[in-house]
Design a protein around this ligand. Structure first.
Ligand SMILES: Nc1nc2c(ncn2[C@@H]2O[C@H](COP(=O)(O)OP(=O)(O)O)[C@@H](O)[C@H]2O)c(=O)[nH]1
Ligand SMILES: [Mg+2]
Length: 292
């Protein structure tokens, strides 16, 4: 069986960051394949991940938990035949719930050793009312409280308490036996997705799933802005910082004035990240805006 981990969590919570900062170093001697599913027509995370992982398969547009189900299964088969990985990491889109992904993986002979939900502590309030976010928490057995650098210590305890309550309520249960999918969770607090190796080395058992969420919606709109001319980075940063509240996330690959390489731009909930060079990118310059 091919061991697999599913990385779930809301838009901008830090899933790709976790794959870049944590998972890679723990498996430096293994053939690791990554499947990444992003909302939006053009993948950004895939390009960034290719800087660190040799085998990255992107599934842009649509969501692997619903509309892209068969494409996802095809992608797993393709990656296994072509690359014969020793480990598979799947980053789901921020709008996906993990259960159907777990089922697909299991039906294709992968052992799902962990479902890791990355929680954006700085924006926890904004999405705690969202059913997708609750199912993401309930369907996971490892919770990563990320971005703890942006919240006060006292608030973290309250977030952790609330996560445990949500997890208890939203765990899927086997409808025959009434047994919940997971009997315990582990909670880690971190910044930039840095996790100890133990997160990826435990074997987590997963009984057969019966109850799947039905009231899960995809509410985010997105639009793509194509940039014809190279842009001035400071001006771009200023514009990003002054976006209207309903724009919750901006990602893109942009050519800059006075800089030799295209860069990946990442903005979430008011924060602009340091741009990352994408040296071998020769596609168009664009920004993808995701709106609430
Ligand atoms: N301040 C802070 N920013 C973070 C942390 N983790 C991730 N980020 C930033 O949050 C943004 C979204 O991260 P990303 O990994 O792309 O999120 P994803 O959409 O879940 O894959 C990026 O700009 C990251 O650099 C953290 O612990 N603290
Ligand atoms: Mg991502």
């Amino acid at each position: 069986m091919l061991p697999a981990f599913v990385i779930t969590g809301f838009l901008g919570s830090g899933k790709t960051t976790l794959l870049l900062n944590s998972a890679r170093e723990h498996f430096s001697n293994k053939r690791v394949a990554v499947i990444v599913n992003e909302l939006g027509e053009v993948g950004v995370d895939g390009k960034v991940l290719k800087n660190s992982y040799s085998e990255v398969l992107e599934l842009p547009e649509g969501c692997i938990c619903c509309s892209l189900h068969s494409e996802f299964e095809k992608a797993i088969e393709e990656i296994r035949n072509k690359y014969d990985p020793e480990l598979l990491l799947v980053e789901t889109s921020g709008g996906a719930v993990p259960f159907p992904v777990v089922i697909s993986l299991q039906s294709l002979g992968c052992s799902v050793d962990g479902v890791i939900c990355v929680v954006d502590c700085a924006n926890f309030k904004r999405y705690q009312e969202d059913s997708t976010a609750r199912y993401q928490i309930g369907g996971s057995n490892v919770i990563v409280l990320n971005k703890v650098d942006l919240v006060e210590e006292s608030k973290l305890d309250a977030i952790e308490k609330e996560i445990r309550e949500i997890w208890n309520l939203y765990r899927p249960v086997n409808s025959f036996t009434g047994e919940p999918l997971y009997t315990k969770i582990r909670i880690y607090k971190t910044v930039y997705g840095k996790l100890p190796k133990e997160v990826f080395s435990g074997a987590y058992t997963m009984p057969e799933l019966k109850n799947l969420p039905t009231d899960h919606e995809h509410k985010h709109n997105h639009k793509v802005i194509n940039l014809i001319e190279p842009v001035d980075y400071e001006e771009l940063e200023r514009k990003l910082k002054n976006l209207p509240e309903n724009v919750i996330r901006v990602k893109g690959i942009v050519r800059l004035k006075h800089y030799p390489f295209p860069v990946a731009v990442n903005y979430s909930f008011g924060y602009v990240d340091n741009p990352i060079e994408i040296k071998d990118y020769d596609g168009p310059s664009f920004l993808l805006l995701i709106e609430n």
